[in-house]
Write a protein that binds this ligand. Structure first.
Ligand code: GDP
Ligand code: MN
Length: 361
């Protein structure tokens, strides 16, 4: 679960990482007294998306303009998400932006600490164009503190005042069962003070109860519905809806869609033993996404019965083309049902996706 910026910053502050003075507001009315912030403020939409600044979710303005600019932000959506909260902060006078993060490296299967002078911009960009500028330190999670030499090597020629922040960020990562604890930008001001200007903390979903967090709040309508049904669902922005069972098969379907030069609208894994009703819910959910013109259902029958799936697809009765690939238990019965109702069914997923590629808009 990704925490909101202000939640991350509260955790940082508790761990001794300096954060800008700020408060969270839910309406423009709460912006009446900003005198404590100085002349300028930063208004930051609290939405769980990356690249929020570029998408217009971060506004730096004079205190006088703040109510009008805040009203604008509240009326906007940032990458499809409504803005229900703003973080209002003092505007920092930034001399340099750094980047620091602790995350799990999947290849070494342990935490890695990253640091670079090229902060502020997206780290993926730096990793592509200038990988040598990112310093890294792999660490066993059994070490509860970063060794001093590691902090020194990570910070390198950057101001020494950043060292304690790097150490504290590693402690936050461990204590919060995080998959990612990231500060971008980690800033040094003209006067030499150091602040976490942004906060991104992703807590392992398996640790949410232990950490006392409430599950996912910032979901789109469809994501919330998918969660209610227990689907693994991720929204993408293509035109081919995908229903699969099993993460591997569903991912393979997405790869094949890409291979055919198409773009998937989502990832949806209905899970094991999908019955008629679950399949109907899944297909209807995708049919309701804007831009979906074809739906590919790619299911392997094991506990899942192909005739149940076929019934679910027929029940859903959506207006888009639904192309099916099924194999396994009661396959022949499933095929008969689908054919009878005018649906296409293929044996191989390659042919199913190929058929989707032929569908004219
Ligand atoms: P993100 O786009 O969601 O990562 O939002 P950030 O919180 O990282 O802000 C984006 C950019 O806004 C930062 O890299 C800074 O350049 C700028 N910014 C954020 N806060 C301040 C501030 O207090 N003062 C100044 N001058 N710039 C800021
Ligand atoms: Mn940022």
């Amino acid at each position: 679960m990704k925490l909101r910026e202000h939640e991350g910053k509260r955790i940082f502050a508790d761990a001794g990482i300096p954060v800008p003075a700020g408060r969270v507001v839910q309406s423009v009315d709460e912006l009446d007294d900003l005198s404590s912030f100085g002349d300028r403020v930063v208004l930051k939409a609290q939405v769980d998306v990356g690249g929020r600044g570029k998408a217009g979710g971060v506004v730096i303005c004079g205190v006088d303009e703040a109510p009008a600019r805040a009203a604008e932000l509240f009326s906007k959506t940032i990458k499809g998400l409504a803005v229900s909260e703003l973080l209002v902060e003092e505007c920092l006078s930034i001399a340099h932006e750094y980047y620091c993060a602790v995350l799990i490296d999947r290849s070494t299967r342990q935490p890695v600490v990253l640091f670079t002078e090229a902060g502020g911009v997206e780290i993926e960009e730096t990793a592509r164009q200038d990988p040598d500028r990112i310093r890294r330190f792999d660490i066993s999670p059994l070490l509860t503190e970063l060794p001093a030499f590691a902090v020194r090597d990570l910070v390198g020629p950057a101001p020494k005042a950043l060292g304690p922040v790097v150490s504290a960020l590693y402690r936050v990562f461990l204590e919060k069962d995080a998959l990612l604890a990231e500060i971008n930008p980690l800033v040094v001001l003209d006067d030499g003070r150091v602040f976490a200007a942004d906060a991104k903390v992703i807590v392992d979903d398996n640790a949410i109860a232990r950490q006392g967090f409430r599950q996912n709040r910032d979901l789109t309508e469809r994501e919330a519905e998918a969660e209610r049904h227990g689907f693994s669902y991720v929204e993408l922005d293509g035109e081919i809806g995908v229903v699969g069972n099993g993460a591997g098969l569903t991912m393979a379907t997405l790869d094949l869609i890409e291979h055919y030069g198409l773009r998937a609208a989502n990832f949806l894994d209905v899970g094991g033993g999908a019955d008629r009703e679950r399949v109907a819910h899944a297909v209807r959910l995708l049919a309701g996404s804007p831009g979906v013109r074809v739906i590919i259902v790619n299911l392997l029958g094991g506990i899942t019965r192909c005739d149940e799936v076929a019934q679910g697809i027929i029940d859903a009765g959506v207006s888009q083309r639904v192309i099916v690939r099924m194999a396994g238990t009661n396959e022949a019965e499933g095929r008969a049902l689908l054919t009878e109702h005018g649906y296409e069914m293929y044996d191989s997923m390659d042919r199913a996706v190929g058929a989707a590629a032929e569908v004219k808009v």
